[in-house]
Design a protein around this ligand. Structure first.
Ligand SMILES: [Zn+2]
Length: 313
């Protein structure tokens, strides 16, 4: 049986799995992955993969290749992980390192661009050649597929659309330095920051953690919003308007048939409905397949993406 290894490295978790050429996940295992720089991330990948080989093992013979999805800027052609963010830039030839150690070809890519590959190969991309995959999770970014090809840009930085302003003014500062970027309003981190900023102005039953590193629970924001909690209603209203405006701006740019949403903030459907209410029919008239949640399992699209990277698809 021909299989591939996928490695989906997020900020807090690492998922390793073996995938067949049809996009079926045959086996997988989840690991913790707290890391602060690229060298530490490489050590976590190696120790986790060694554990995977020892405790789970390959389904059949040695897989044909390995793919890794990573946070930040990645050169998939040279196999170099360029940076996590502008403050953490230590380019590392990750594909060669892993290929040399494990004796199989290795390819790497950014995590959202990897998920977009999975959507292109096994999801809506099977039907449509022009689509946007918009990931709304801890952060916000997109993969843009035009005529069946993903847009990369000059510096592998195309699709970082979390850092555009969309006419929603909260007065929240974004990590990039600008005010009111969509990521600062509608991502997991953004909703946490907005909750802290706006909580003096609204009554709320939302638990806002004081411990460093802990964030408000988005599931709690959604359930309280449904009960009319004033702060949570405002957070959801701001986030859904910001996302609807972002989507309509993106539609004007690349004229897609489909806008596919993925990531932890949109996968449960609540905010998806709120976004749909705010889309203007004239702007959306050619988006024939609409704004939909990914066809692929949202919890595993990163791993499937890493599998598509392994296959170099
Ligand atoms: Zn920003």
């Amino acid at each position: 049986m021909e299989t591939y290894v996928g490695i989906d490295l997020g900020g807090t978790k690492l998922l390793i799995g073996e995938i067949d050429s049809h996009g079926n996940i045959l086996k997988y295992k989840k690991y913790d992955s707290g890391y602060f720089n690229q060298q530490a991330a490489l050590e976590i990948i190696k120790s986790s993969l060694d554990d995977y080989i020892r405790t789970v093992g390959w389904v059949d013979k040695q897989p044909l290749g390995m793919g890794v999805g990573l946070i930040g800027r990645v050169d998939p052609n040279k196999g170099i992980w360029l940076q996590i963010d502008p403050g953490r830039t230590e380019p590392i030839a990750l594909a060669k390192e892993l290929s040399d150690i494990y004796g199989m070809p290795c390819h790497i890519d950014n995590d959202v661009k990897s998920a977009t590959r999975a959507e292109r190969v096994w999801g809506f991309g099977q039907i449509y050649r022009n689509f946007i995959y918009l990931n709304v999770g801890t952060g916000i970014a997109m993969g843009c597929v035009v005529n069946g090809r993903q847009v990369r840009g000059s510096h592998f930085n195309a699709g970082e659309v979390g850092h555009v302003r969309v006419g929603v003014n909260v007065g929240v500062k974004c990590v990039c330095g600008r005010m009111d970027c969509v990521e600062a309003i509608a991502s997991g981190i953004g909703m946490d920051r907005c909750a802290r900023l706006l909580s003096p102005n609204y009554e709320t039953n939302l638990h806002i953690p004081t411990d460093k590193g802990e964030r408000v629970l988005i599931s709690e924001v959604f359930s309280l919003s449904q009960k009319g909690d004033p702060l949570c209603v405002a957070l959801v209203e701001n986030a859904s308007e910001a996302l609807a405006n972002l989507i309509m701006n993106l539609v004007r740019m690349s004229d897609p048939d489909t806008v596919v949403l993925g990531g932890g903030i949109v996968s449960d459907g609540y905010i998806h409905d709120k976004i749909l209410e705010k889309l203007h029919p004239t702007t959306m008239r050619f988006v024939t397949n609409g704004v939909v949640i990914t066809k692929l399992n949202p919890g595993f699209i990163g791993l499937l993406g890493a599998g598509a990277v392994a296959m170099n698809m």
